[in-house]
Design a protein around this ligand. Structure first.
Ligand code: PMP
Length: 304
């Protein structure tokens, strides 16, 4: 788990000034297929260490998908049942993956999104409080800690300490908080930025529009140097470009992070900007991301 590659983008960055580089941490290479393997492992370990997770307990959480996949994988490997409350509109593939690992998916109201899943999960636990261990990714310090201990040091090492900006999308905010904290400790001049959906109704699975959401307990906006609002349309266009210009098939939130990183990159003359691509795109093929993409027509070869 972890030790994922850091890839320098060379296609979508073509028009940037020569001394501005953009790097993407390819988190889809984790065994469960996303960045969420890191916090899921840390939260499992913490539960086992404190004894809150022990034989007879069922692991439960509300998750828009990737944390669920990671918990389901670990529950299966370690012998703990896993129940996951997921919004009814989470992609079919993610639901199937969760169930293939033997976990149980409990659907919450699709119109209420990830906040509806959080509320429904609370109700399920309240009805049977002794049965469950809840990793509680939105409030558990082990979530950002996983990134402080692994993602941050990996980026520092992979850029040989040259990273100038770190930018990640915000869902629980664990990635940007934990990684940002580590990098700022190494070099306080590193700018830590968050990419955020520009609207409460957005199609960026895994990301949160903070102003209209239940704010995660682990989120501290004061630690950020800035936020970049991203529209669903710009993020989707960037997903298509990454496929055609970089050979990378990624999810919506990677498109959003990449678009935001390029917005920052355009204004700089010397920079090494690191962003996170939280997962690959194969589990979103049935979503609106790809509805109507054929209208793009054939790819135009570089210089052609
Ligand atoms: N992108 C995807 C696809 C995700 O599943 C998540 C996790 N919700 C994120 C981005 C955001 O990561 P974090 O929770 O660490 O803010």
């Amino acid at each position: 788990m972890g030790r994922t590659p850091l890839l320098r983008l060379t296609g979508v960055t073509r028009d940037l000034p020569p001394d501005v580089r953009v790097w993407a941490k390819l988190e889809g290479f984790n065994p469960g297929g996303s960045v969420k393997d890191r916090p899921a492992l840390r939260m499992f370990q913490q539960g086992l260490e404190t004894g809150e997770l022990r034989q007879g307990k069922t692991v439960i959480d509300s998750t828009s998908g990737n944390t669920g996949i990671a918990l389901a994988m670990m529950g299966s490997a370690l012998g703990y049942p896993v129940h996951l409350v997921i919004p009814g509109n989470a992609s079919l593939e993610r639901r199937q993956i969760i169930e293939a690992y033997g976990a149980i998916a409990i659907e919450s109201d699709p119109l209420e999104g990830s906040d509806g899943a959080i509320r429904h999960c609370r109700e399920v636990i309240a009805a049977n409080p002794d049965r469950y261990f809840k990793p509680d990714q939105y409030f558990n310090p082990a979530n950002p800690l996983a990134h402080y201990e692994t993602t941050g040091p990996e980026i520092w090492q992979q850029t040989e300490g040259k990273v100038t900006h770190f930018l990640a999308g915000i869902g629980t905010s664990g990635t940007v908080m934990g990684t940002g904290r580590f990098l700022k400790e190494k070099n306080p001049a590193v700018q830590v930025l968050a990419a955020e959906p520009d609207d409460s109704f957005h199609g960026l699975e895994g990301l949160k529009h903070m102003a209209s959401s239940i704010v995660p307990g682990i989120y501290n906006e004061l630690e950020l140097d800035g936020k970049v609002p991203v529209s669903t349309e710009d993020a989707y266009d960037m997903v298509y470009r990454l496929g055609r210009e970089e050979g990378l098939l990624v999810g919506q939130s990677s498109g959003g992070a990449c678009w935001a990183a390029l917005e920052i990159a355009k204004r700089l003359e010397h920079a090494d900007i690191v962003t996170v691509f939280p997962d690959f795109g194969d589990k979103y093929l049935s979503t609106t991301l790809w509805a109507g993409w054929e209208e793009l027509g054939p790819a135009v070869p570089a210089g052609g």
